[in-house]
Design a protein around this ligand. Sequence first.
Ligand code: SAM
Length: 428
Amino acid sequence: MDDDSEQGLLNMTVPSVWKTKRGKPKTLADELGAFEEFGKETIVLYNQIAGLSVPVFINEFWTSGQRQANKLHEISYRACFKPQLPKFFIDRLTEAGDVVYDPFMGRGTTLIEAALLGRVPMGCDINPLSSLLTAPRLRIPNIEDIEARLRSLELDEPIETREDLLAFYHPNVLTKVCNLRQYFIDRRAAQANDSIDDWIQMVATNRLTGHSPGFFSVYTMPPNQAVSVDSQMKINEKRKQTPPERDIIAIILKKSRALMKEIDPDQQGLLSNSASRSLLLARSCDDTPEIAHDSVSLVVPSPPFLKIVAYELDNWLRCWFNGINPGDVHLWQIQDPAAWQAKMTDVFRELRRVLKPGGHIAFEVGEISHGKIKLEDLVIPAGHDAGLEVRLVVINDQDFTKTSNCWGVSNQTKGTNTNRIVLLRKAS
Ligand SMILES: C[S@@+](CC[C@H](N)C(=O)[O-])C[C@H]1O[C@@H](n2cnc3c(N)ncnc32)[C@H](O)[C@@H]1O
């Protein structure tokens, strides 16, 4: 657990300072400084940002040296982070039963990891696809029930299809996809959908398009980067391919088994216990009246970054399948750094409201790409202006001995496999 006793931190410039005989690290900063789990020592630098001297800890803190994350995470989503990232902070900054929140939930990486660790998951995302992809994995039905439900559906009934989608699907597959889609739309409209329907909808959404026979479509891009119909026709022409017949029930069952493979009865219990206390919102995270004041112990988000990731274009097919009009979803895609910083200040004000005193935000600010803007230079003043304490920056770099020179105050070159996290705290 972190606390206020970070004496000595400001004088420290080399990692060896942490290797004093202080015994077990008392604070997160202590632990980061002394960290050498994967055989490398931490590099510590100081960045002067917005009049603050902020310690920056660089090491390989997670990923390559660790066992793989639980397969339950393996739902594709553009710009998702690795589960090891939220796990690192959840393990160190929360206890079982604490609330862990992600205001930019995406595929729900933070929530699933929090639930697997016995925390209470909460999330928000302005894109309704996010809840559709996250909630079912907190309430996992059993595979026999999924199979029985799938086999009970009339997927070969004649139905009006979107002819242009024949660029992706064999006509028989398209009929099945359209019937499945209509089934979910009807069940939701009647509020009759249950956890089995929700699970199938999530898996089917994930299997819509991809590059292997494990997807419903002919070879194409993964479902989170759906190409346009025109581009798909060009791909088909170039590869001399026509969409093949697929057994969509078998595909859904196979992916379901893969997702559940590592869930043992204990984890199933943790998930269902946390599911009953979870909260998932589909709205903009700068205004979340559903979340109580002073209720959250840890927030682990990764915001939409300055560079444009065209979520709306990427997700057109997923939106169609789920009856979502992409035009109704107003994702933040802010290119101007000052405007982005102002939005993040609003988000931080809201996060400060919901955080418990002493609660933390581990705010991921992405990789350096072509190095023009370091997002922490915008995030640190935003957090400070919102009344949060800026504690430190963590840089997880699997190759940091090669790239560490770029983390100083000097130039920014391309980072590799790098995450940068600004740690903020609400005063106790
Ligand atoms: C970088 S992604 C987060 C990915 C997530 N960490 C994961 O592992 O899947 C950013 C997310 O912010 C969401 N978003 C954009 N504007 C938002 C807003 N105003 N409020 C809440 N979420 C928003 C996008 O829909 C997207 O899912």
